[in-house]
Ligand binder design. Structure first.
Ligand code: CP
Ligand code: NVA
Length: 309
């Protein structure tokens, strides 16, 4: 039974444009406090449960460090050591975990699993990545763009690669925040229409040629050819995606001040060349760091609402 008055963050469209404006400002302020070694503990004594059904470096570390910096505590749980791995129903797990904690982050497979968990949770649930969406990452990416270039509204984002959780999230973000996505995926790896809401159709353009997709872009971004959970397709994907590698010549087709982003982990020589990801237009380390700051703002917002101190 869904609980009333709880805000979850299961996909990018769960927040409004106005709330994102607040969160970006708040992220900047919390980042500043962190850089100044300022103690700020609005979530004193609060507990974050982090449930991982897939591997993670950035998500785990940024949530764990983030709740600690806000005065709270994190509990790491994975499928291997918990009863989730032995078939305990997700609804039962949600009831139990949400009675002992104050906020929950989950990285899992299908969005339906996350949704069922949230429907049975008494506390806010955050998507730490599903097969369909990765909203915390795109929030960090948009904050990174904002820091380097200002608001993303009216800009163009080029996507070169797989139609995966990152791309579906970029499309939702484009609709909410008012920017365009030019996307190119290999034949056989097109967008799944079931994951693209009709209201977003005007927010993206599908371009067969990956080089052309980068024309005039303010930001060029990509991701792994094979996402977690699809490892058995790795060899066949390597062949299909060979031309969907972000190169310096692609970056040269974008605007001269275009940024390059990748959520990481990356495979140099596959979806991006070393020259691009390690080059002057790349902001990948800022993106990774900013996971910490935006998720602190997000956890604070979901638990306390808007704050002004
Ligand atoms: N980008 C990202 O979510 O990284 P991890 O898989 O390391 O958490
Ligand atoms: N699309 C990738 C993102 C990893 C952070 C995956 O789902 O594996």
């Amino acid at each position: 039974m869904a609980q009333k008055n709880i805000r979850h963050y299961l996909q990018f469209k769960d927040l409004t444009r106005d709330e994102y404006t607040y969160l970006l400002d708040r992220s900047r302020l919390l980042k500043q406090k962190f850089k100044n070694y300022e103690t700020y503990h609005p979530l004193h004594d609060r507990t974050l449960a982090m449930i991982f059904e897939k591997n993670s470096t950035r998500t785990r570390l940024s949530f764990e460090a983030g709740i600690h910096q806000l005065g709270g505590h994190a509990v790491f749980m994975n499928t291997r050591d918990t009863q989730l791995g032995r078939g305990e129903p997700i609804e039962d797990a949600a009831q139990v975990i949400s009675r002992m904690t104050d906020i929950i982050m989950i990285r899992t497979f299908g969005q339906d699993i996350l949704r069922r968990f949230a429907d049975n949770s008494r506390v806010p649930v955050i998507n730490g990545l599903t097969n369909e969406y990765h909203p915390c990452q795109v929030l960090a990416d948009i904050f990174t763009f904002y820091e380097h270039r200002g608001p993303i509204a009216g800009k163009t984002v080029a996507w070169v690669g797989d139609a995966n959780n990152m791309l579906y999230t970029w499309i939702e973000a484009a609709h909410i925040l008012g920017f365009k996505v030019r996307l190119s995926t290999p034949a056989g790896y097109a967008l799944d229409p079931a994951l693209v809401a009709p209201e977003t159709h005007g927010d993206f353009e599908v371009i067969a040629n990956p080089n052309e997709a980068c024309d005039g872009a303010d930001l060029v971004t990509t991701d792994v050819w094979t996402s977690m959970g699809f490892e058995q397709e790795n060899e066949i994907r390597k062949k299909a995606f060979a031309d969907w590698c972000v190169t310096e010549s692609m970056m040269a087709r974008a605007k001269p001040d275009a940024l390059f982003m990748h959520c990481l982990p990356a495979h140099r020589g596959e979806e991006v060349t070393a020259e691009v990801i390690d080059g002057p237009q790349s902001v990948v380390w800022d993106e990774a760091e900013n996971r910490l700051h935006v998720q602190k703002a997000l956890m604070e917002f979901l638990m306390l609402g808007r704050v002004s101190h």
